[in-house]
Write a protein of this length. Structure first.
Length: 176
């Protein structure tokens, strides 16, 4: 059936119930902090829903057993946006992260971090295309400087490592 459940902390649920648990469609209002509006299964967010927080952050997408899972878009109150795949409540799989400062990452994520292959455009215009490990440039990658220079080679935890090839704007190359 349908109904309203109020809690002593000020939270309120309005929606469908099944065997005493939130199930079907409903809205849960968190006192002074936000709300979830969407699908429920056995008392947990499950299916499609929208979470909105008082500070202005918002997630719109899929859930599974109470966690963000599947495809969704998270807009942070700061202006940053993550759009892509989620698993177990974290960005995981393929996604696009766009930051308020103009930087942008397109690629693979693992448990909330850049991991795998990706393309990053820095706010100063530099770009990196290559491998990531635990949120850092790691493995093989090509770094284009906004001034036209280019570095191609190995990276370790965000820093150039070992032999790489520099190509300068004028076409000259240098190994280093």
């Amino acid at each position: 059936g349908e109904g309203v459940q109020r809690y002593s902390n000020g939270d309120v649920y309005e929606g469908e119930f099944y065997q005493g648990r939130f199930s079907g469609s409903g809205v849960y209002y968190f006192y002074l902090s936000g709300k979830y509006e969407g699908d429920w299964v056995d008392g947990k967010y499950d299916g499609y829903g929208v979470e909105t927080w008082a500070r202005g952050s918002r997630y719109r997408g899929q859930y599974r057993q109470g966690l963000r899972d599947g495809y969704g878009v998270y807009r942070f109150y700061t202006g940053d946006v993550y759009s892509g795949e989620w698993c177990g409540g974290q960005s995981h799989g393929y996604g696009v992260q766009t930051c308020e400062d103009g930087s942008r990452y397109v690629g693979e994520f693992k448990r909330g971090m850049k991991h795998g292959f990706g393309y990053y455009r820095f706010r100063n215009g530099d770009t990196y295309a290559g491998e990531y490990f635990a949120d850092k440039m790691h493995g093989y990658g090509v770094y284009h400087f906004a001034n036209g220079h280019l570095y191609e080679g190995a990276w370790h935890e965000g820093r150039k490592q070992g032999l790489g090839l520099y190509t300068f704007r004028n076409g000259e190359t240098q190994a280093g």
